[in-house]
Design a protein around this ligand. Structure first.
Ligand SMILES: C[S@@+](CC[C@H](N)C(=O)[O-])C[C@H]1O[C@@H](n2cnc3c(N)ncnc32)[C@H](O)[C@@H]1O
Length: 229
C-alpha cells in the first residue's frame, strides 16, 4: 500500500480506524475536513466564520472562536461527553493552538486522540506569524516542541503529509493542568523561536517526524507507538 498523501487522507484513516463516538473540529472553514465524518459520530465544529454550505447531518456547527467555545459551559455541553477524536485547525498561531490543545485535552477521553494540523513547516515564509501566502502553516509547529518539552507523558509524533504535516497526540490526561499552569512561561520560552532555529535544531528530530506509512499511522492512532517489525 502506498503512503498517505494529504492530511485529508490521514483524517479519513483516523475516522475509519477509531470510529469515534464524539468528535470536535476547531476551524471548519468550508467543511472539507468535517465531511470525512462517519455516520455514527456525534460531531461539533467550531469556527467564528464558518462557510459550510451542507454540513453532515450528525455535525453541529458553532459560530464562535475556540476560546469563546471553551469559555461557555452551555456550548461545551454540545459535545455530549468525552471526545474520542479532535482536530485542531483554527487560528495558525502557536499560542492559540496551544490553548486549543490544552482545552481539547480537558474534554478528551484518556484513550482519545488529538490531531493538530500544520505542524511541519516547509519554509520561513509559509511559517511566518503573518499570512502572506495561500498555504500558511503559521508557527503551529511550536506546539509540538512545547508538548515534547513540557508533557513528556504524551506521545507526540508529526506525520509528513501534504501540505504541512499533521501531529498525532495520544496518552491524554484530562486532569493534567501543566499546559494551563505553565502557559505564560511556555509562550515566553518559544516566542522568539523561528524557522531557522528549527532547522538548526534539526526539524525532523525536534518535531519527531515520521513518514506517512498507513501502518505507522494506524499504530500511532491505536496504540500511541510506532509499530516496529
Ligand atoms: C485552515 S481553515 C480550516 C480548514 C478545515 N479544517 C479543512 O481542512 O477543510 C482555518 C479556519 O480556522 C478558523 N479560525 C480562525 N480563528 C479561529 C479561532 N480563534 N477559533 C476557531 N477557529 C478559528 C478560520 O475562520 C478558518 O475557517
Amino acid at each position: 500500500m502506498g503512503e498517505i498523501g494529504t492530511y485529508y487522507e490521514l483524517l479519513r484513516l483516523a475516522h475509519d480506524a477509531l470510529k469515534p463516538r464524539r468528535y470536535l473540529e476547531i476551524g471548519v472553514h468550508k467543511g472539507h475536513s468535517l465531511a470525512l465524518l462517519r455516520a455514527g459520530t456525534h460531531a461539533v465544529g467550531v469556527d467564528p466564520e464558518p462557510m459550510v454550505e451542507n454540513p453532515p447531518g450528525n455535525a453541529m456547527i458553532v459560530s464562535a472562536t475556540s476560546d469563546d467555545f471553551f469559555g461557555d459551559p452551555d456550548l461545551q455541553a454540545l459535545l455530549e461527553g468525552p471526545l474520542d477524536l479532535a482536530f485542531v485547525d483554527g487560528l495558525h498561531l502557536f499560542e492559540q493552538a496551544l490553548r486549543d490543545v490544552a482545552n481539547v485535552e480537558r474534554h478528551s477521553s484518556p484513550d482519545g486522540i488529538i490531531l493538530i494540523h500544520d505542524c511541519l513547516p516547509i519554509d520561513a515564509v509559509t511559517s511566518a506569524r503573518e499570512q502572506t501566502t495561500m498555504v500558511w502553516s503559521g508557527d503551529v509547529w511550536k506546539v509540538v516542541v512545547a508538548l515534547r518539552r513540557h508533557r513528556e507523558d504524551l506521545t507526540v509524533t508529526t506525520v509528513d503529509v501534504e501540505p504541512t504535516g499533521l501531529a498525532i497526540v495520544s496518552g491524554l490526561d484530562p486532569d493534567n493542568t501543566v499546559l494551563f499552569d505553565r502557559y505564560e512561561a511556555i509562550v515566553d520560552e518559544l516566542a522568539d523561536l523561528c524557522y531557522d532555529d528549527l532547522q538548526a535544531l534539526g526539524r525532523d528530530e525536534a518535531l519527531n517526524v515520521v513518514d506517512a506509512h498507513p501502518e505507522t499511522v494506524r499504530a500511532l492512532l491505536t496504540t500511541g507507538r510506532v509499530k516496529t517489525a
